[in-house]
Design a protein around this ligand. Structure first.
Ligand code: SF4
Ligand code: SF4
Length: 340
C-alpha cells in the first residue's frame, strides 16, 4: 500500500465511509473446496447459509452493485463469491463501468472458466486466482478449476496467484519451492501471494496449521523470497502473520472493509470470513499487512493504529453529526502531524 493510498483511506474513514468494499456478488460456485469459509453454516450468521440467500442476475445485479458503489464511494472493491465468474456476463458490463468511476477492483476467482481476453485492457482491474497447492492436491480439492483449466483461463492476462497454505502442504519438503517454481515460470503470473488458513473458533480441521507449522512455513517462505521475486511477501506482512490481531476490534482490515452479502442487502461480520473467526490464527494477507502498518509508531511513539481507530470513531460520529466537515478535519490532522 502506498502512502497516498493510506492518506486517501484515512480521509474516507474520517468521513464515515469504509474505504474498502467487498461484495459477494453471487451465492453460486461450481467448486466444493474443503474448508471453504463461504459455505460454512455460520458464515452469514443469522442470514442463514449462503446457498439459501436470494441473489441477483443480469441488469438487477449490475444496478445493485453500482448503487452500492454510489452509496459507499469506496476506493477499492473486492468482488468475490461464490465464484464471481459465474456472473461473467454481468461483470463484462460492470468492470469497465467501475474502472471509469476510478475504482480499483480486485476480482477473486478460481478461474474455472476463461477470463475474457479483453478484460486485460481494463484499467485498475486486478485478477487474483486462488491456487491451493501443487497440481495433485489442488486438482483434487478444486476441480473443475484444475491446473489445466486455469492455464487456459488466464491466457493473455497478468494475474496474481493466491495460495492459502494448509497443514497438508507442510508435510512434504520443498513443497513451496516447487509451487513457486511452477507458477513463477508462467508469463501470465505477475505476483504470488500466500495466505495462511484461518479457522473459526473451535474448528478442528485438517487444514489448520499448528503454531510450529506457521513458524516453519514463514521461515521457509522467507528463505525462498530472494529466489522467487514474483512472490510478494514483504516483512510487514510476515510480521502481521507472526502477530495477528487478537480480535476483530483490533483488526484494521475488518474495521475498514464493509463486506456485502450476495443479496446486496446484508453485511458479513466481523470480516470477510464471517461467523466467529479465530483472529489469533488469522492468516489473511490484507489483515496481516494492515496490522503491521498499524503497529508502526509515528514519531517513534504514536502507533498508526491508534490514529486509525480514533479516526474511525470520529468518522462514525461525524457521519451522523457533521457530514461535510470530515475532509477539513483530515487535513487539519495531517497538517498537525506534518505528513502531507
Ligand atoms: S472456489 Fe472459493 S467460494 Fe467456491 S468453494 Fe472454493 S473457496 Fe469456496
Ligand atoms: S481478518 Fe483476521 S484478524 Fe481480522 S477480524 Fe478477520 S479473522 Fe480476525
Amino acid at each position: 500500500m502506498k502512502k497516498i493510498d493510506i492518506i486517501r483511506a484515512w480521509g474516507r474513514i474520517l468521513s464515515g465511509h469504509p474505504p474498502m468494499l467487498s461484495i459477494e456478488i453471487t451465492r453460486e460456485c461450481p467448486l466444493r473446496c474443503p474448508g471453504c469459509y463461504a459455505y460454512e453454516p455460520e458464515h452469514l450468521g443469522q442470514l442463514g447459509p449462503l446457498r439459501s440467500l436470494a441473489d441477483y442476475k443480469g441488469q438487477q445485479l449490475i444496478d445493485g452493485v453500482i448503487a452500492l458503489v454510489r452509496r459507499y464511494r469506496p476506493l477499492h472493491i473486492s468482488i468475490v463469491g461464490g465464484d464471481p465468474m459465474v456472473r461473467f456476463r454481468e461483470l463484462d458490463i460492470l468492470l469497465p463501468r467501475l474502472s471509469k468511476m476510478g475504482i480499483e477492483v480486485q476480482l477473486v476467482t478460481s478461474a474455472f472458466r476463461q477470463i475474457p481476453p479483453h478484460w486485460a485492457q481494463i484499467k485498475d482491474l486486478h485478477i487474483v486466482v486462488s491456487i491451493d497447492g501443487l497440481q495433485p492436491d489442488h486438482d483434487v480439492r478444486r476441480t473443475p478449476a484444475t491446473y489445466d483449466r486455469i492455464l487456459k483461463s488466464i491466457v493473455g492476462h497478468s494475474i496474481t496467484v493466491h495460495c492459502t497454505v494448509t497443514r497438508q502442504m507442510t508435510a512434504r519438503p520443498k513443497y513451496f519451492e516447487e509451487f513457486l517454481s511452477f507458477w513463477s515460470s508462467k508469463p501470465e503470473v505477475n505476483k504470488i501471494w500466500f495466505s495462511l488458513f484461518t479457522p473459526q473458533v473451535g474448528d478442528e480441521l485438517d487444514e489448520i496449521l499448528s503454531p510450529q507449522d506457521r513458524a516453519a512455513v514463514l521461515e521457509e517462505l522467507a528463505r525462498l523470497r530472494p529466489q522467487f521475486p514474483k512472490m510478494y511477501l514483504p516483512n510487514v506482512v510476515m510480521e502481521g502473520y507472526r502477530r495477528p490481531p487478537q480480535s476483530p476490534a483490533e483488526c484494521i482490515f475488518a474495521r475498514t472493509t464493509l463486506t456485502i452479502t450476495a443479496d446486496l442487502n446484508g453485511t458479513i461480520t466481523p470480516c470477510q470470513f464471517g461467523g466467529n473467526p479465530d483472529c489469533t490464527q488469522c492468516g489473511c494477507i490484507a489483515s496481516a499487512g494492515l496490522k503491521a502498518i498499524g503497529d508502526f509508531r509515528l514519531l517513534g511513539f504514536l502507533p498508526v493504529k491508534s490514529i486509525f481507530f480514533a479516526s474511525d470513531r470520529i468518522g462514525k460520529t461525524a457521519a451522523r453529526m457533521l457530514k461535510n466537515s470530515a475532509w477539513l478535519l483530515a487535513n487539519l490532522v495531517l497538517l498537525s502531524l506534518d505528513l502531507s
